[in-house]
Design a protein around this ligand. Structure first.
Ligand code: DGL
Length: 256
């Protein structure tokens, strides 16, 4: 069984990494729309066009299911994609619900792309689950650029995050939600600069559990090693062209 993973760029590789670990029996096609990344700072109409072109291509390769490893693409297009295509389509959204469940007497800060935070889908989600008005949000498009440029150990990353977070009294927050798949590469640096008590959560594992349930495949233990499975089980496409899997290895190294 082959699953297509789609993201605007290399962010969804953070989901693929966990999926290889938890669902090592599957085959994967990863599509990064590197010609058009970033999505999160562009118009909804333009991004929708990019998504439909990419998904058309992925579906033509004969995948059995599609995972939108991108919160932005999910918020823009998941409903329309589901009505256009017959295969199961799994989306991702910022893990606001688990964050609220987790957070006692403190606030929740959701970090995502500007487009995700502007969309009705996000507003609907927050108004449904945030009864006590404890959720705030912050767009961090700069992290997408840093990740695409493979800038992780650069002092500019830390300076950017410190500046963006400076407007919040972080001691009031109990949970930070990483609501963009590109942001997961920065977990270590978030840990370093956030107060010790803040929990950092993301939607990766929940999404993979959902995928497993949809496909009715069992989850493996923690044993599988993503890098070992790369050569045999993953094909890579960069905006419709076959890509070199060294790119994946390079980004997996940040997550290992
Ligand atoms: N990785 C994406 C997400 O989860 C989008 C990043 C972008 O292209 O702006 O939202």
């Amino acid at each position: 069984m082959q699953v297509g993973f789609f993201d605007s760029g290399i962010g969804g590789l953070t989901v693929l990494y966990d999926s290889l670990r938890l669902l090592p029996e599957l085959e994967y096609l990863y599509y990064a729309d590197i010609e058009n990344v970033p999505y999160g700072t562009k118009s909804k109409e333009l991004v929708k066009e990019y998504i439909f072109t990419a998904v058309d291509f992925i579906i033509k390769q004969g995948v059995d299911a599609l995972l939108l490893a991108c919160n932005t693409a999910t918020s823009i297009a998941v409903r329309e994609l589901r009505s256009k295509y017959q295969i199961p389509i799994i989306g991702m959204e910022p893990a606001v619900k688990p964050a609220i469940r987790n957070t006692k007497e403190k606030r929740v800060l959701v970090l995502a792309t500007p487009l995700t935070l502007k969309e009705d889908k996000y507003e609907d989600l927050v108004s449904r689950v945030d009864q006590n008005h404890i959720v705030d949000s912050l767009p961090l498009p700069g992290l997408v650029e840093f990740a695409e440029n493979y800038e992780f150990h650069n002092p500019a990353v830390e300076a950017y995050l410190r500046k963006e977070l400076a407007v919040f009294d972080l001691d009031k927050y109990g949970t930070i939600v990483l609501g963009c798949t590109h942001f997961l590469y920065f977990k270590k640096i978030f840990r370093e600069i956030l107060p010790a008590g803040i929990e950092i959560i993301d939607g990766n594992e929940g999404t993979i559990r959902h995928l497993a349930k949809t496909l009715q495949v069992p989850l493996a233990g923690e044993g599988a090693r993503p890098l070992d499975l790369l050569p045999g089980q993953v094909s890579l496409y960069l905006s419709g062209e076959k890509g070199d899997k060294e790119l994946i290895e390079k980004y997996f190294a940040i997550l290992a």
